[in-house]
Design a protein around this ligand. Structure first.
Ligand SMILES: *Cc1c(COP(=O)(O)O)cnc(C)c1O
Length: 366
C-alpha cells in the first residue's frame, strides 16, 4: 500500500490569515505601523504578561538586538548551550562577544546548571538558556546562579511560545527574551520575531536598533539596523495568536498519546512544575539513530527530524570559540535524538501509524 508521508511539521495558515493580509494590502500601509503595534500588545498580554513586546523580522534579530540593547559586545562572554539551533550562538557572536558553550541536562535537553557554573569567568556577562523543543530550561537554578554572580539572563524562547515553569511563562524571566515566528515554530508570521522585556530601557534600545537607531525621524541616536516587521507579517501573526493556545493543547494531547503508546524508546520527560509546549516531541534511540530515522521515513512514511545532529561547538562557523571542548551529554544527545511529528494537524490515524512504525522499528533493532 502506498501510504502518504506524514510530515514532520506543518504550518497551519488559511482563509483568516489571507483575509487579514488582504486588508493590510488594501489599506496601503505595508511597512511597520499600527498592525505591528497591535500585534506587540496582544502578544505580550497573552504570552508574556508584564512585559513589553517589540516585533522584529526574525527570531535571530530578536536575540541579536536584545543582546546589543543589553550592552553585550566585544570582550564579553555569554554562556549558551551547544545543543541548539546555531542562531543562539550566532546572535552572541554577531555582537562581537564570545559564546561560551555549556552542556545540557540529559532528561530535558536544556542547559545544565553545573556546567554553567563551570563555564563562568571574570568576563561572563550573561547566560542564554534555550527552552529547547518547548520544554522550559531549569530557570530556578539559572536565575539563582545569575543572582549569585551578578549576571544577566537572556532567554531563547524561539521554540517555546506559552511554555511555563511554576506558573511563570517563559519570556518573562530575564533581561529579555527572543521568540521566533518562523513557519515551523508553534505560531508564525511568515518570518518574524519578538523581543519581550520588562526593562523599559532595553525595550527603548531594541525599538531604536530595529529602526536605524531612530526614535524621531532623521535624528539617529544609535547605529542600528533595519530589522522591522511589516504590517503584512503582523496581520498573519495576530490571527495565529488567537489559535496558538488551542494548537498547544492539541500538541500536548498528541504527546500524551505517544508517551502512553511508544515502546522500546526513551520518551521525553517533563520536569516538575513545567508546562511543555512540544515544539518537538523528541525521543532517544541508543543504537543506530540514523538507521532508525531512515526506516521511519522510507519504510513507514513517517516524517521525522534530527535536531540537532552537530553540536554548535563543532560547527565550522563556531568551533574556533571552543577548541578542544568536550560536552559529553551534548555529544550523546546529538547522536541519539529523533523528533517525531506532534503538530496539531495530525489525525488519530496518523498518530496510530507513528506508534506502529516506531514500535516496529524499535523491536526490529532490539
Ligand atoms: C528558530 C530558532 C531561532 C531563530 O529564529 P529565526 O526566526 O529562524 O531567526 C533561534 N533559536 C532557536 C532555538 C530556534 O529554534
Amino acid at each position: 500500500m502506498d501510504l502518504p508521508m506524514i510530515p514532520a511539521a506543518k504550518p497551519i495558515v488559511g482563509e483568516e490569515e489571507a483575509n487579514a493580509v488582504h486588508s493590510v494590502i488594501m489599506s496601503g500601509m505595508l511597512a511597520q505601523g499600527a498592525e505591528v503595534k497591535s500585534f506587540e500588545d496582544e502578544f505580550a498580554a497573552q504570552l508574556t504578561p508584564g512585559t513589553e513586546a517589540i516585533a522584529v523580522n526574525s527570531g535571530t534579530s530578536a536575540l541579536h538586538l536584545g543582546l546589543l540593547a543589553a550592552g553585550i559586545g566585544a570582550g564579553d562572554e555569554v554562556i549558551v548551550p551547544s545543543f541548539t539551533f546555531a542562531a543562539t550562538g550566532n546572535s552572541v557572536a554577531l555582537t562581537g562577544a564570545t559564546p561560551v558553550f555549556a552542556d545540557i541536562e540529559p532528561d530535558y535537553f536544556c542547559l545544565d546548571p553545573e556546567s554553567i557554573r563551570a563555564s563562568i569567568t571574570p568576563n561572563t556577562k550573561g547566560i542564554m538558556p534555550v527552552h529547547l523543543y518547548g520544554h522550559p530550561a531549569n530557570m530556578d537554578e539559572i536565575m539563582a546562579i545569575a543572582e549569585e554572580h551578578g549576571l544577566m539572563v537572556f532567554e531563547d524562547t524561539a521554540q517555546a511560545h506559552g511554555a511555563a515553569l511554576h506558573g511563570k511563562n517563559v519570556g518573562t524571566f530575564g533581561t529579555f527574551a527572543g521568540f521566533s515566528l518562523y513557519p515551523t515554530k508553534n505560531m508564525t508570521s511568515g518570518e518574524g520575531g519578538m523581543v519581550t522585556t520588562s526593562d523599559a530601557e532595553v525595550a527603548r534600545r531594541v525599538r531604536l536598533l530595529r529602526n536605524q537607531g531612530m526614535e524621531i525621524q532623521y535624528q539617529n541616536e544609535l547605529v542600528g539596523l533595519n530589522n522591522r516587521m511589516t504590517n503584512i507579517h503582523a496581520a498573519i501573526g495576530r490571527v495565529q495568536l488567537t489559535k496558538v493556545g488551542g494548537w498547544t493543547t492539541t500538541r500536548q494531547e498528541n504527546a500524551a498519546f505517544l508517551n502512553a503508546n511508544l515502546e522500546g524508546v526513551v520518551v521525553p520527560p517533563v520536569a516538575d512544575g513545567a508546562v511543555h509546549v512540544y515544539h518537538q516531541y523528541t525521543i532517544r534511540v541508543a543504537e543506530d539513530r540514523d538507521g532508525f530515522a531512515d526506516a521511519l521515513r522510507n519504510e513507514y512514511k513517517v516524517g521525522c527530524g534530527v535536531y540537532y545532529p552537530i553540536p554548535n561547538h563543532r560547527l565550522p562557523s563556531l568551533e574556533h570559540y571552543a577548541p578542544g571542548l568536550e560536552l559529553p551529554k551534548t555529544e550523546e544527545a546529538a547522536q541519539q535524538v529523533i523528533s517525531l511529528p506532534v503538530h496539531p494537524s495530525l489525525t488519530q490515524s496518523d498518530l496510530d501509524r507513528i506508534v506502529e512504525a516506531v514500535n516496529a522499528v524499535a523491536k526490529a533493532g532490539a
